[in-house]
Design a protein around this ligand. Structure first.
Ligand code: SF4
Length: 317
């Protein structure tokens, strides 16, 4: 398109967006393991939910598998940021594999909390999405039947527990803050003695990215969330944007997926990225817009984050 004919477009860039400390740490663990032990380094499940990240690590010698029977004995295997059920490290030991655990410390915190409730004799209600690896990992910390999973406020209304006076709740870390508070309110109304997490289970990164989207959604004709279709926190950002007043909210993995006919000529769009989406993919999307529009980008101020998680001692230096 002729440079002079390009329609104007304002892009509001949400802050914070993209990588969180847990994702940075998980990727660093695979990179350091490759440096220290050499390829191949096996990784059980996508280290973080992003194809671009996974393919980049594959090029450097990481081999992604779904289960440990695909990993030879004596090999190095990394567990993903989402966490694993308790039997997985035990299985790795039995198979004589050397494992490194990239579970985000904020997911491990929920595991510890679940164990504490269990030791105290409480039945646990987990709020989360069935089938998500984090939920499988957290529920797998305790014997079957110790945790009941619910996904909606309707299920909170009907869930049956062994003893209504001895229950606690925990949540997945990447849920919608607003949906979860509705579900928790329902549980608290039904079970007044419900034990709550000492500190919110929904992590700082999820909370901050959702607030940043709420801040801009109402003023945008369209909002793009750069992230993967299996990334829970990215999908929640789309829902949050819709709820905050931006009806055209879309998840895109790469710039190549943008459907220019349906995008049309918006005056102002918002752009953010899920916690597992690298900034390079955001910049790729911006460049694609620059080819078609006279773009003016505004970085919107938001909460500044300084969280850093240490990698395991064995990989330091
Ligand atoms: Fe950890 Fe939150 Fe990032 Fe998940 S989204 S890896 S819980 S910081």
């Amino acid at each position: 398109m002729n440079v002079h004919n390009r329609p104007p477009l304002e892009i509001l860039l949400a802050n914070p967006r993209g990588f969180c400390a847990g994702v940075e740490r998980a990727i660093q663990i695979v990179e350091r393991a490759l440096e220290k032990y050499g390829a191949p380094v096996y990784v059980r499940h996508e280290i973080v939910h992003n194809r671009f990240v996974v393919e980049g690590l594959e090029k450097r010698g990481a081999v992604f598998v779904e289960e440990l029977d695909e990993v030879p004995s004596g090999a190095v295997v990394v567990f993903s940021a989402h966490g694993v059920p308790k039997w997985v490290p035990q299985d790795a030991e039995r198979r004589e594999q050397f494992y490194l655990d990239a579970t985000c410390p904020l997911v491990s915190k929920v595991h510890v909390e679940a164990e504490r409730h269990f030791r105290d004799g409480l039945h646990i209600i987990m709020i989360g999405h069935a089938g998500h690896p984090e939920v499988i990992g957290t529920m797998g910390q305790l014997p079957e039947g110790a945790i009941t999973l619910i996904e909606t406020a309707a299920q909170a209304e009907s869930v049956v527990v062994p003893d209504e006076n001895r229950i606690a709740f925990i949540t997945q870390t990447t849920l919608s803050v607003d949906d979860t508070s509705e579900i928790v309110d329902t549980l608290k109304r039904r079970f007044p003695s419900l034990s709550s997490p000492r500190k919110e289970d929904i992590c700082y990164a999820t909370t901050n990215r959702q607030s940043a989207v709420k801040q801009i959604a109402e003023n945008c004709d369209m909002l793009l969330v750069v992230g993967a279709t299996n990334s829970s926190n990215s999908k929640r950002l789309v829902e949050v944007a819709e709820r905050a007043g931006c009806q055209r909210s879309l998840l895109v993995q790469r710039a190549a997926e943008l459907d220019w006919d349906s995008i049309g000529t918006p005056g102002r769009i918002g752009v953010t990225a899920g916690a597992s989406a690298p900034e390079v993919l955001v910049q790729e999307v911006l460049d694609a817009f620059r080819e078609r529009f006279a773009v003016q980008v505004t970085e919107v101020d938001g909460v500044s984050e300084d969280v850093i998680f240490k990698i395991p001692r064995v990989l330091r230096d």
